[in-house]
Ligand binder design. Sequence first.
Ligand SMILES: [Zn+2]
Length: 160
Amino acid sequence: MADRGAAGGPLRVAITGPALSEMRDQDRAANDTEIGGLLLGWWAPGTIIVRHAIVVRDPRSTGTSWTRRPRQSRRALADALAIFEHPLLGYVGDWHCHPQVCAASDRDLASLQRTSRQYRSPLALIVSLPDGTCDTRAAQDGMLVPVTTDDRPVLAAGDA
Ligand SMILES: [Zn+2]
């Protein structure tokens, strides 16, 4: 379980590997509707390591909403884990893109908090914005927690 930073500092969300380009590529393909899916990675002390961003289709997505569909999510997760064959990889959160430059909405944060109650470790939410930035959030036990992010490469077991 990844607890908050050693001194109770912010949780670090490390976006590594192809995760960022996977979100950007999907974003460009989505035109003006929101697209999103699952973040795959693992936990290290004080850190959520995000390695992949996979797509979960929401046939009802619009320009302002994308909803994670449970059945599609389970299938997308199983397919991705079979393809990537990485021993540590698992579900660590959600991502979606916003066609407009606006941060995670109250609805996005409420959904993150709700989902985080189902997991012992913290979950991340990454909102990919059209200006190339990301709004990165995290929650644990139903509460939002402070986050730091960086794009430094992370070396961890299985990364070699
Ligand atoms: Zn949103």
